[in-house]
Design a protein around this ligand. Structure first.
Ligand code: GUN
Length: 290
C-alpha cells in the first residue's frame, strides 16, 4: 500500500484565502487592519527565509506587516527595548521574535516580555500555562498547523494513540497538551532522545508526529501499516536541501497518510500565524474571536 500524501501547501492556501476574506471584512466593517511585527536578529539564512515568507503571506492576506531586523551583535537590552516598544504600539496586534536567536542572547526573558495579548507565536510562559490548564489564548503555530492538517485529512484523534517524537517548547510539548484537551481526546506518548525502544513505541501509534530535528529518524519499520505520519522536521541535508525527520521513500510504502517535507507542515505554520494575528486583532478590540 502507498500512503495518501497530504498536501499542506494546498491546505495552507485555502486557509490563507479564508483569512484574507475575514481580514477584508474586519477592515470594511470595523476599519481595523490586523498588524504583525516580526523581529529577526542576525543573518541566519533559514530564519531570513522564514521571516520573509511570514511577511509576504501577511501582506498577501491584507495584514499590515513590519519586519524589524537587528544586527547579529545586538544586545539583550536593545532587543528587549524593541519588544517593549512593540507591546505599546497600537498598530501591532501580533509580535513574533524569530528563533533561534544568536548564542549571546537569551530567548526566555524576551518571550516572557511579549504582551500575552500579542503573543501570536504562543511561546510566552503565560500563554503556555494557559494552554496547560486547558484554557488556551493562542495555539503555537506549528502544533496548530498539525491539528488543522489532521482535521482536514479526516484523522480521528479521539481515543487514538499519538506518538510525538520530540519534546521541544516549539512543537512536541505544546502539541501533546493540545491533543489531550477535552474535545480532542487523544492518548499521547511523548518520546524523546532517552526513550527506550523508540521503534517499538512508534509501532503502537495510530499517528506518529516526528518533531525531533533528526534526518531519517523515522523509518518504515517503526510505522504500523496504515498509520498517519506527520513530519515536522526542517533539516538541511549535505546538499542544503530541506528534509524532514521521516525517511519518506520508505515510510510512504507503509503509512496510510503522510505529510511531505517541503509542502507539509511548514506552509501551515505560516497560515496559523496569520490566523493568530487575526484573532489577536479581534480580541484586543473586544470582538468575538471566530
Ligand atoms: N523558528 C522555527 N520555528 C519558529 C516559530 O514557529 N516561531 C519562531 N518565533 N521561531 C521559529
Amino acid at each position: 500500500m502507498t500512503a495518501r500524501i497530504i498536501d499542506g501547501k494546498a491546505l495552507a492556501q485555502q486557509v490563507r484565502e479564508r483569512i484574507a476574506g475575514e481580514v477584508a471584512q474586519l477592515r470594511d466593517e470595523r476599519g481595523v487592519t490586523p498588524g504583525l511585527a516580526a523581529v529577526l536578529v542576525g543573518e541566519d539564512p533559514a530564519s531570513q527565509v522564514y521571516v520573509g515568507m511570514k511577511h509576504r503571506a501577511s501582506e498577501a492576506a491584507g495584514l499590515r506587516s513590519q519586519q524589524r531586523v537587528l544586527a547579529a551583535d545586538t544586545g539583550q537590552s536593545e532587543l528587549e527595548e524593541l519588544v517593549a516598544q512593540l507591546n505599546e504600539d497600537d498598530e501591532v496586534d501580533g509580535i513574533l521574535v524569530q528563533l533561534p536567536l544568536p548564542d549571546h542572547l537569551d530567548p526566555g526573558p524576551v518571550q516572557e516580555l511579549i504582551a500575552p495579548a500579542k503573543d501570536v507565536d504562543a511561546l510566552n510562559p503565560y500563554t503556555a500555562g494557559r494552554l496547560a490548564v486547558g484554557d488556551p489564548t493562542f495555539l503555537s503555530c506549528t502544533p496548530y498547523g498539525v491539528l488543522e492538517i489532521l482535521a482536514h485529512a479526516g484523522v480521528e484523534l479521539a481515543g487514538s494513540h499519538v506518538v510525538i517524537v520530540g519534546r521541544s517548547n516549539l512543537v512536541g510539548r505544546p502539541l501533546s497538551v493540545m491533543m489531550t484537551l477535552k474535545g480532542r481526546d487523544a492518548t499521547v506518548t511523548v518520546a524523546h532522545s532517552r526513550t527506550r525502544d523508540l521503534a517499538g513505541v512508534c509501532r503502537t501509534a495510530d499517528v506518529v508526529v516526528a518533531a525531533a530535528g533528526r534526518i531519517g529518524l523515522i523509518t518504515a519499520d517503526m510505522v504500523r501499516p496504515g498509520a498517519t505520519v506527520i513530519d515536522v522536521g526542517t533539516n538541511r541535508d549535505d546538499d542544503g536541501k530541506l528534509v524532514g525527520d521521516v525517511d519518506f521513500a520508505g515510510v510512504v510504502e507503509v503509512a496510510g497518510a503522510i505529510t511531505p517535507v517541503p509542502g507539509g507542515v511548514g506552509p501551515m505554520t505560516v497560515a496559523m500565524l496569520l490566523q493568530n494575528t487575526l484573532e489577536a486583532a479581534r480580541a484586543r478590540r473586544g470582538l468575538p474571536r471566530r
